[in-house]
Design a binder for this molecule. Structure first.
Ligand SMILES: *Cc1c(COP(=O)(O)O)cnc(C)c1O
Length: 371
């Protein structure tokens, strides 16, 4: 074996020793159920919060578009990939987010990467909540801006950092998530927005886990999100003023140098958003299901469709997940680097499609393991 492969093999075995090795499990989906190794499991792990990935109207929109326009877009949006469906989708997302304009990207990851690295320059300052998603961090790294993290949801720490660092920089950006992906809690947007005003900073929020479930009363200056979760489709977006979006469209490298989404995927997102706007009860149901679960288990009341149960050690979290799987439930263990060290956890997600009896059975199974 070549020397380099040897060193990779060593890194692999180190990960295994630390219970940090990950494997791609083949998972066949049908709604709430996931088939793994021939076994049907009831999933509390997906992000299809409104059940729209399986919705007949959404699937039909994609199918019709597939037949009409084919499988792929063939080029980036700035070349020939900008199908008219994009304009419809961007209008719709701007309306939902109450902004002048919007831009659709190939994925949420690409949206954050492109947005942050395009807007922030090396003489700027970025202050990000400690728990923001990896793609925000990667966007920050690419930007070359100065970067500090503030303690999770801690506005007084944020203000301290603003006092210390704001003056030496040209522009300042504050980054947070509306609903935190691994904690399920909400950002104090009102206080963050007030600080941004006081210190002349621009706020950017990642709404990947909020859309269609949590209505934001106070919005960030720039709102980012994805169609890959509650919209049940694929793709990312940025919603902001026309000036910002015009600049992003002409400069973001992840938009310029990556092929446009297949028209069928864009058509599915258009159909999803139309349903989301009309059927508000879907989001309400996902949230009330999460609340029902936290009540059953005497956990702090769910604030979103995501409920974490912190276990601590990686190997214990894996064991819990395995035991639940033996009982017919799919609840993934989340480990570092997705979450901080020592906070490995089970992450339960609830959708509008879960029934009370599903949640009762899950709670019983979990209590059975605890004893
Ligand atoms: C999933 C996720 C993303 C990335 O979105 P994709 O469309 O899956 O690439 C970005 N931010 C957060 C908080 C996420 O959970």
């Amino acid at each position: 074996m070549p020397a380099f492969e040897h060193s990779v093999k060593k890194r692999l075995s180190d990960l295994k020793k630390q219970h940090l090795f990950r494997e791609l499990e083949s998972s066949e989906l049908s709604g709430l159920w996931v088939e793994r190794a021939g076994k049907k499991l009831l999933s509390f792990s997906g992000n299809d919060y409104l059940g729209l990935s399986q919705d007949k109207r959404v699937v039909k929109a994609a199918k019709n578009s597939l037949k009409k326009y084919g499988a792929g877009a063939g080029a980036s949006r700035l070349i020939t990939g900008n199908h008219p469906l994009y304009a419809t989708l961007e209008k719709s997302i701007a309306r939902i987010k109450k902004t002048e304009s919007a831009c659709v990207f190939g994925s949420g990851y690409l949206a954050n990467l492109g947005l942050i690295s395009t807007l922030a320059e090396s003489n700027d300052l970025i202050l990000a909540d400690k728990a923001v998603h990896a793609c925000m961090i990667d966007g920050i790294r690419l930007s070359g801006a100065s970067f500090q993290r503030f303690k999770h949801n801690d506005v007084s720490h944020l203000e301290q950092l603003l006092q210390t660092y704001r003056k030496q920089h040209k522009n300042c950006f504050i980054l947070t998530e509306t609903v935190f992906s691994m904690d399920g809690d909400l950002a104090p947007m009102k206080q963050i927005q007030a600080l941004a005003k006081k210190y002349n900073a621009t706020t950017i929020s990642d709404d990947a886990h909020g859309m269609g479930i949590i209505e934001n009363e106070v919005r960030a200056d720039i709102q980012m999100g994805t169609f890959s979760k509650s919209a049940g489709s694929y793709g990312g977006y940025i919603a902001a003023s026309k000036t910002i979006i015009d600049f992003i469209k002409t400069s973001a490298r992840t938009l310029m140098f990556s092929t446009a989404l297949p028209p069928a995927v864009v058509a599915a997102s258009v159909a999803s958003l139309a349903i989301m706007r009309k059927e508000k009860n879907r989001g309400e149901k996902a949230l009330s299901n999460a609340k029902y679960f936290t009540k059953l288990l005497d956990l702090p009341v769910a604030q979103s469709a995501i409920v974490p149960l912190i276990i601590g050690a990686e190997k214990d979290a894996l064991l819990y997940s395995k035991r639940l799987m033996e009982k017919g439930f799919l609840v993934t263990a989340i480990r570092p680097p997705t979450v901080p060290k020592g906070t490995a956890r089970l992450r339960f997600t609830f959708t509008s499609q879960h029934k009370k009896k599903h949640i009762d059975a899950l709670a019983r199974a979990l209590q059975g393991i605890k004893k």
